[in-house]
Design a protein around this ligand. Structure first.
Ligand code: NZQ
Ligand code: ZN
Length: 388
């Protein structure tokens, strides 16, 4: 483990079929007025909304409804949510949904007691919160982003054609998150596999960096194997509780900062995917899947050793008699086969991207330098074209 680092995660997790009951332990710790944040209606259809409203009422809370958080929450919606929270002087934000609701709740939390425009302050000027932060809790209904135990809050601005994440500190992370794998079972299959690929790629983003022998990489390999194993069971039988529970728990540990300790981390698949999302509004996990293989083929020569290790340790490929390059290629081939088996988007055309959109996507792509090769704009265009 090279370098110096600290590790602290303040989010308390309640996991399992009985987890929702712990809302009764958590809610009394916070004030009376709760902004209940949810999406387009899945929680009304599966009954979770009624259960949560009943618990809030039992705990004497006043509910401020904040419905309609869309996938890839927008700056406009964020401004509305902040206005609602200000007007009602809310004490607590309870997000019930996937990463979009959790992210949005965090973005609202740092903006309620602030006069600045939240998009400008946190997503353009990248400032840290300077005002009182309203506490957030999450009831997660989709496994993928890790938002339930991290400080990330990704917001999309369609006007500016930008989708940007701000990773806030400990004081913005959810105070608690309730993770009941059963809630994820009403997800449409496409959303489930998009989430699975999101998890897998979060691990890759941290794994494909650095040359040292690092415990984080061993943890990453174990998580990747669990995700692959459980996803193959879950696509065959979405009702398999064991598989769905493993996917949910892996999602949390894939992006709660544990496996990034001692790593520089890459995150370029996410930068490309977010740029695709900014232009197309496509499902997050699918945008990552569509650009991954061309990106990894592009950087493979610069991180050959790690790609060879990925092949043997994650995919169980026998290294006997093979060069590092052959192994690395077989590893990416195994990744491709798994992606096809679970049914994620294999190219950008499937997401409605056409060649004339490439320049705008490249414009929206933020270039990072933590991975094996820093891309320049021409490289980005080349990877995007190869992803079409
Ligand atoms: O809105 P509803 O009706 O609830 O439907 C949602 C939505 O349409 C549906 N859904 C969720 N749980 C369901 C369900 N449908 C049926 N049954 C359930 N149990 O699924 C759809 C997608 O939900 P969403 O929350 O958008 O998905 P996800 O969890 O993938 O979140 C995506 C957002 O998170 C950001 C993404 O960029 C995107 O904006 N990310 C956040 C990160 C973080 N905080 O660290 C990191 C990630 O890399 C990612 O960027
Ligand atoms: Zn992601």
């Amino acid at each position: 483990m090279l370098g110096n680092f600290s590790y602290h995660n303040p989010t308390k997790l309640y996991f399992g079929e009985d987890a929702l009951g712990y809302l009764n332990e958590e809610l009394p710790k916070y004030g009376k007025t709760v902004q209940l944040i949810y999406g387009g209606g899945s929680i009304k259809r599966n009954g979770l909304y009624d259960e949560i409203v009943a618990i809030l009422k039992e705990n004497g809370k006043t509910i401020v409804e904040d419905a309609g958080v869309m996938p890839n929450p927008t700056a406009e919606k964020l401004r509305e949510g902040v206005k609602l929270a200000k007007e009602n002087k809310v004490d607590f934000l309870l997000a019930v949904g996937g990463g979009s609701c959790c992210d949005y709740a965090k973005a609202v939390s740092v903006s309620v007691h602030c006069d600045d425009d939240p998009w400008d302050k946190y997503y353009i000027r990248f400032e840290e919160p300077t005002c009182e932060i309203v506490p957030v809790g999450c009831v997660l209904t989709m496994a993928g982003t890790g938002s339930e135990m991290n400080g990330g809050a990704v917001i999309t601005n369609h006007e500016q054609k930008l989708k940007i994440g701000h990773v806030f500190g400990d004081d913005v992370m959810p105070k608690f998150s309730i993770l009941n794998p059963k809630y994820t079972m009403t997800l449409p299959k496409r959303q489930m596999v998009a989430g699975v690929y999101d998890i897998f790629n979060h691990i890759c983003e941290q794994y494909f960096s650095g040359e040292d022998d690092n415990t984080s990489d061993y943890l990453a390999e174990a998580l990747m194997k669990s995700v692959v194993h459980s996803s193959l069971i879950a696509v065959e039988n979405p009702e398999d509780y064991e598989a769905r529970s493993n996917i949910m728990w892996s999602a949390t540990w894939a992006l709660n900062t544990l496996i990034s300790r001692g790593k520089s981390t890459d995150w370029m698949v996410h930068m490309l995917g977010q740029a695709v999302g900014a232009i197309t509004d496509a499902t997050h996990g699918m945008t990552l899947a569509a650009v991954s293989l061309p990106y990894y083929r592009f950087i493979m020569p610069y991180g050959l050793k790690k790609f060879a290790r990925f092949a043997t340790e994650v995919w169980g490929i026998n290294p006997a008699g093979k060069s590092e390059e052959e192994l690395a290629n077989e590893g990416l081939e195994a990744l491709k086969n798994w992606m096809q088996t679970i049914g994620v988007a294999m190219n950008l055309s499937e997401l409605g991207v056409t060649e004339d959109m490439i320049e705008a996507i490249a414009d929206a792509t933020i270039l990072l330098d933590g991975g094996y090769k820093k891309l320049d704009r021409d490289d980005v265009v080349a990877v995007l074209k190869a992803s079409l």
